[in-house]
Design a protein around this ligand. Structure first.
Ligand SMILES: O=C(CO)[C@H](O)[C@H](O)COP(=O)(O)O
Ligand SMILES: [Fe+2]
Length: 230
């Protein structure tokens, strides 16, 4: 099981299933199944209907999930919200471990990073497909993780955008110790390019959830990432 320690060392291969397309009415048991099958962390997609044209859940659900699952599982909050600063304290209080906001939604990036750190959570910053990698470079040394979106945020089950790998390559080259996450359309058919580009945190939704053997899918992706990191 991953924990905050993960972010204090050289990047590790970590698989974080996205529960977006799972049965949300059975959220806790779906998460338990994924953790038992070998998930390193849980990627929880928060959408507010403003930053993206879709709506999921917020901190009250995360708080209940924490209480159901106990203190161990690592919660990676993918905050697809228009006002990222608004939810920092509620998410920290709900038991979130990593708070990833979108650069496009932030008016004062450094202040948001500082507030997240003060709340005790790790910090991630994400960029949408249309956002240049150059725009995130000034913040890469201030955060624990950079998320490169490989689909337009808002929905699971979309097609992987391979041109985004150039962003991952550049970030890995300039920041060898940084955690780099890819999210969107990642699964057995797209993991190779992600691993070769240098991603170490792999979000995978439908490819894991729809598989008859989620554990095997996650293990195989982890091995591919590990082979490229070493
Ligand atoms: O952030 C997301 C969408 O905005 C999801 O994390 C992502 O789409 C995962 O699902 P899939 O692997 O099915 O694409
Ligand atoms: Fe996500």
């Amino acid at each position: 099981m991953a924990c905050c320690r993960t972010f204090d060392h050289h990047p590790q291969p970590l698989i974080g299933p996205s529960i977006l397309n799972s049965n949300l009415a059975l959220l806790a048991s779906e998460c338990e199944k994924l953790l038992k099958a070998g998930a390193d962390y849980l990627h929880l997609d928060v959408m507010d209907g403003q930053f993206v044209p879709n709506l999921t859940f917020g901190h009250p659900v995360v708080k209940c999930l924490r209480s159901e699952l106990g203190p161990k599982p690592f919660f990676d909050m993918h905050m697809m919200v228009a006002c990222p600063e608004k939810w920092i304290e509620p998410m920290a209080d709900a038991g979130a471990n990593l708070y990833t906001f979108h650069l496009e939604a932030a008016s004062d990036v450094e202040s948001i990073i500082r507030k997240i750190k003060e709340s005790g959570m790790k910090v991630g910053v994400g960029i949408k497909p249309g956002t240049s990698v150059e725009s995130v470079l000034p913040y890469a040394s201030l955060v624990d993780m950079v998320l490169v979106m490989t689909v337009e945020p808002g929905f699971g089950g979309q097609k992987f955008m391979e041109p985004m790998m150039a962003k991952v390559e550049l970030l890995r080259k300039q920041f060898p110790k940084l955690n780099l996450e890819v999210d969107g359309g990642v699964g057995p058919t797209t993991i190779d390019v992600c691993a070769k580009a240098g991603a170490n945190m792999i979000v995978s939704g439908t490819a894991v959830i729809n598989s008859s053997d989620p554990g095997a899918v996650m293990n195989s992706m982890r091995e591919k990432v590990a082979a490229c990191l070493s």
